[in-house]
Design a protein around this ligand. Structure first.
Ligand SMILES: [Zn+2]
Length: 315
């Protein structure tokens, strides 16, 4: 049996950080960060009349991180045209049957990137709560080269036809769905209650990676059952803009650390997103000292930086 031996590290230590707030409570620093209470993963209240003010990155509140050229191949937003980045064994997690019974498993040896898996579990809880359908089947996740070869020999459809070595499933960030029935698994079509996934998946960080109408841009036929984890808030922004992942990168290239794209998510956080082109010998990237941030390469030419603002209630 083939062992999981991907070759690259996801490099969390460098590509993701969180600052320590300087003070508890709220403090507005003139011309600088608006510092708020450390909220961690806690959901913010959606109080009526509360107004959340986004911080600005300034020289006092910013730090530089250096990214080596190979780090272009890491992160939730990587594109897989050309060379396909391989998931790190450190980031791959074996998927177990969920104790709360919110989904079914299509095999005993299923692996996903751990962030992707966590988001998937959250999405399935939302799906079951909304639809009562706990028979969605996670039919495939990480796919090794030899698994891709076996599928290509069998002959399937959509991502299962990708030539070995080119599958997005290689990243651990892609998964396929099916529907379990009394007669066994049937294809996930995205119709009926399954439409919840395309509609609400983006809020959990999942996109329909190969949507109808974008075939020429993605290079793939439309495929309802193949989801890609891109993280929060990117799924939501792509959905709002009507963009596939390739278009999203193009759209974000115009946003800089001084003029970032700003958005808000229903949990009350606001976000800044900005692009930095990669330099041949390595790239200096500015990130905040006092806020959660994450960096993803595109596997080609640049980095997208995601900052979750530290917030304060100005009401
Ligand atoms: Zn797939």
């Amino acid at each position: 049996m083939e062992r999981l031996r991907p070759s690259r590290s996801k490099g969390y230590s460098l590509l993701r950080g969180i600052g320590i707030p300087l003070l508890a409570g709220s403090l507005v620093v003139a011309g600088g960060w608006v510092l708020g209470q450390q909220r961690g993963e806690e959901r913010l209240p959606q109080g009526e009349g509360a107004s959340w003010v986004a911080a600005a990155l300034t020289p006092e509140t910013i730090q530089s991180v250096f990214l080596a050229p190979e780090e272009l191949r890491q992160g939730n937003l990587i594109l897989t045209e050309g060379t396909v980045p391989v998931a790190s064994p450190d980031s791959l997690t074996q998927v177990e049957m969920p104790e709360n019974g919110t989904y079914q498993l299509g095999g005993e040896e299923l692996y996903l990137d751990e962030d992707c898996l966590r988001a998937f579990q959250g999405m399935m809880e939302g799906y079951v709560a909304a639809t009562g359908n706990n028979q969605l089947l996670l039919s495939d996740g990480y796919r090794s080269i030899s698994a891709q070869s076996r599928l290509a020999e069998i002959g399937g459809e959509g991502c299962r036809q990708d030539p070995p070595g080119t599958s997005e499933h290689h990243t651990g960030l892609a998964l396929d769905l099916a529907q379990m029935t009394v007669d066994g698994p049937v294809p996930f079509t995205g119709e009926g209650v399954q439409g919840w996934i395309a509609e609400n998946g983006p809020a959990y960080g999942f996109i329909t990676r190969y949507p109808a109408g974008k075939e020429e841009i993605t290079g793939h036929p439309a495929q309802a059952d193949h989801l890609r984890y891109v993280g929060i808030p990117h799924g939501q922004v792509m959905e709002e803009m009507g963009l596939c992942l390739e278009e999203y990168w193009s759209a974000m290239e115009g946003y800089t650390v001084d003029h970032p794209y700003r958005t808000a998510t229903p949990d009350g956080f606001t976000w800044q997103i900005y692009y930095v082109p990669a330099q041949e010998t390595g790239t200096q990237i500015q990130v905040p000292k006092n806020s959660w941030w994450e960096i993803s390469g595109d596997n080609q030419a640049g980095f997208l930086i995601t900052v979750r603002d530290t917030l304060t209630d100005q009401a």
